[in-house]
Design a protein around this ligand. Structure first.
Ligand code: GTP
Ligand code: MG
Length: 220
């Protein structure tokens, strides 16, 4: 009983901080994504694939979440984009107060697009609102097509699933029909993008979707 109350107050405090982040980002009209997925599903690789074309048109920044290292931020910095690393010191998800702190280190004056790469984990990040506009899950075909049903919260709460590493499909037993059935059974409105960060398949249509969403937010 006590534990349930503690959990409730943690989430209530997080919701307050998330609402503040959302109000701040809405005032900037900065479209914001909470990018989630298993360790190694390809979250940073997706960013590396989309940054160059999006930053031709829009000001973007990236908040990188990691337990201990700055390896992902170093990769993103090589793409010439504003990036800040958050280290959670072992915690398995980002929370809204960490994001608030990171935002104070970013030049948000003319920001159009913010992506927050969450900790690699298919469970905990789904419960913590960061103040984003949408949640997006990166899942790779090497994880197996049963993952949406086994880890439903993340798939229920996201607006888009990026199915990555499609270049490896012939090497796996990934059942793409079952994958679609399961994902739509959890979330009938979700958008799915099949991509490969290795050979670039599907990256253009993902980029087009994101640029449309950035533009929509600017027009509001
Ligand atoms: N074959 C193939 N490999 C990929 C693809 N995308 C990413 N990888 C590889 O998968 C590994 C993990 O990619 P990352 O982008 O670091 O994954 P991540 O989700 O950011 O990982 P964490 O931040 O540690 O959770 C790297 O070795 C990538 O080169 C892809 O489309 N095809
Ligand atoms: Mg990463």
């Amino acid at each position: 009983m006590k534990q349930i109350l503690i959990e409730k107050s943690v989430l209530e405090n997080n919701d307050k901080a998330a609402a503040e982040n959302r109000a701040f980002l809405n005032a900037q009209k900065a479209f914001t994504i909470n990018l989630m997925g298993s360790p190694g599903s390809g979250k940073t690789s997706v960013l590396e694939n989309i940054i160059s074309s999006i930053s031709l048109n829009y000001n973007m920044a990236i908040i990188e979440g990691d337990l201990y290292t700055a390896k992902d931020a170093a990769r993103i910095a090589r793409c010439n984009t504003n990036v800040i690393q958050i280290n959670t010191a072992g915690a398995c998800h980002l929370d809204a107060s960490m994001v608030r702190k990171a935002l104070s280190h970013i030049d948000t004056k003319h920001l159009d697009f913010l992506i927050i790469e969450n900790i690699g984990n298919l469970v905990c990040p789904a419960s913590y609102d960061l103040g984003e506009d949408i949640k997006v899950v990166v899942m790779s075909v090497t994880e197996g097509n049963d993952k949406p049903l086994k880890y439903p919260s993340m798939f229920q709460r996201c607006s888009a699933v990026i199915l990555n590493k499609t270049d490896l499909l012939p090497m796996t037993d990934f059942n793409i029909e079952e994958f679609y059935q399961d994902v739509y059974s959890l979330n009938e409105n979700v958008k799915v993008f099949e991509i490969s960060c290795k050979d670039g398949t599907g990256v253009t249509s993902l980029t087009r979707f994101l640029m449309g969403a950035i533009r929509n937010k600017k027009d509001v």
